[in-house]
Unconditional design. Structure first.
Length: 309
């Protein structure tokens, strides 16, 4: 079994990943500034409460234990930081990046997985699925944070035996956590759900269990080079109608109004720069189709909105 260090271990994704790895009898080391429910609950789990910029504490874990894999979830909106991304968050991420990649290389960690985001692609022209080779057009503080992390990582491991893996993950969801889905069909200013036409347009999301399966696949790869960037998203988009139907079924949404495309909501460029969740409804019909072909070589991507838990 592998020894895995998880940063951001007390965030939503970190908790799901910890549970899954412990069930598979892996040895898990968690790092976070907040405590979590797994502390003391499993002999294979070791937790260190510290800030992600605490180099000495993190080096103590990596140096004292033969860590096979690092899963870097810290400084990620869908995991453990507020959706309003400030300059302070960007600075903290850079401070962590400057040493954590170096430590992984120094102590011969087998692989290092960074949680990034598909927001990096921004609005893409054309209708072809968005692949890892598409231009990086995203423009926000969160995109800047993650692009910087990616670049630091690829540079740090260029001549290293540590295999760098970047998971550009679409906004995540579970059966109970559907905030990212709602953001595409809800006007918070008017406190109402809305739909264009029949809601046949869609967006790429990622069931958190597809992400967990992908991370497991990376941890369990026995040998070989598999470094680089992977789009991690469900194999099919979720339409606006499917989101509304799902939320109605779970009694989490009320009346829905029908709108004409581009009418009813004004775009706030300044807010879009800092708020991860801010969505311009006028871009609903843009290309949001993320291609996960490369990632499907690692994991089956069997989870959907219908069978998530």
């Amino acid at each position: 079994m592998a020894s895995v260090l998880i940063t951001g271990a007390s965030g939503m994704i970190g908790m799901y990943l910890t549970s899954n790895l412990l069930q598979k009898k892996h040895r898990v080391f968690g790092v976070d500034s907040r405590k979590n429910d797994y502390i003391g609950a499993d002999a294979n789990y070791t937790f260190v409460q510290c800030d992600i910029t605490d180099k000495d504490s993190i080096e103590g874990i990596i140096a004292s234990n033969k860590i096979d894999s690092v899963v870097h979830l810290a400084n990620s909106v869908d995991n453990d930081i507020d959706p309003y991304v400030t300059d302070a968050e960007i600075k903290k991420s850079k401070g962590c990046d400057k040493f954590i990649y170096e430590l992984a290389d120094k102590h011969m960690v087998k692989n290092f997985l960074l949680l990034s985001t598909t927001q990096i692609y921004g609005n893409q022209k054309g209708r072809e699925p968005i692949r890892e080779t598409n231009p990086e057009k995203g423009s926000s503080n969160y995109v800047d944070l993650k692009l910087t992390s990616e670049k630091y990582m690829l540079k740090a491991f260029k001549k290293s035996d540590t295999v760098p893996v970047i998971a550009r993950v679409a906004p995540v969801y579970t059966a109970e956590y559907t905030q990212n889905l709602r953001d595409r069909v809800y006007d918070y200013k008017d406190d109402v759900a809305y739909i264009y036409k029949d809601g046949e347009y869609g967006f790429s999301f990622c069931c958190v269990f597809n992400l967990i399966d992908f991370i497991n696949g990376i941890i369990n790869i026995p040998e070989g080079r598999y470094e680089g960037i992977y789009n991690v998203a469900d194999s099919r988009m979720i339409t606006a109608k499917e989101i509304l139907d799902y939320e109605r079924e779970h009694h989490r949404i009320g009346a829905v109004i029908q709108r004409s495309p581009g009418v009813g909501i004004s775009f706030n460029k300044s807010k879009a720069k800092t708020d991860y969740r801010y969505f311009d409804p006028a871009s609903s019909f843009n290309n949001w189709n993320i291609d996960n072909t490369r990632a499907r070589r690692i994991a089956p991507f069997r989870w959907t909105l219908k069978n998530t838990k």
